[in-house]
Design a protein around this ligand. Sequence first.
Ligand code: GAR
Length: 187
Amino acid sequence: MIKNIAIFASGEGTNAQTIIDYFKTSNQVKIALVVSNKSTANVLNRAKNNNIDTLIIDKHSFTETNEVIDVLKKANINLIVLAGFLWMIPENLIKAFPNKIVNIHPALLPKFGGKGMYGMNVHKAVIEAKEKESGISIHFVNEKYDEGKIISQHKCEVSETDTPENLAQKIQQLEHEHFPKVIENIL
Ligand code: GAR
């Protein structure tokens, strides 16, 4: 039976794009829906260019109602993939999709996780802490920010001359290389 993925993203969507591309020719996995909290997020253009349904959500319906869950269930979603999605996932959604929500974080959790730790903020913190390595963490989502069970981590070196910007590039490369494959394994 075909497995349906919903990708949640808030911004550019380069990870969403690599996932879309990876499964484009698959007859077992379909990217059925792209969900965003931001109507201007480029990830929505990427979805439209690939004929993928989109859903723009507002905070009230997301956190206070079951509307989003209803849409996901109706679309027979098997896995929710958070690819740069910046809102906390409410408990009703976690309960409706137990162990079926995965997130990618641009650092080696449990370090550099938690509220406010996203995108460039993470890379700045890693450089400031003079870490010798960083990387990506792919993990299940639970009720606490960035604390769900880790599925896999991939590392890169941080050199003394690295800036947050070029660390971001290294991390993005790791994300694009590993995230689609890890999703395939989970499925
Ligand atoms: C990615 O680097 C992802 O790890 C990060 O947002 C970026 C989204 O990039 N997520 C977080 O920081 C979550 N705490 P993209 O829109 O180009 O895929």
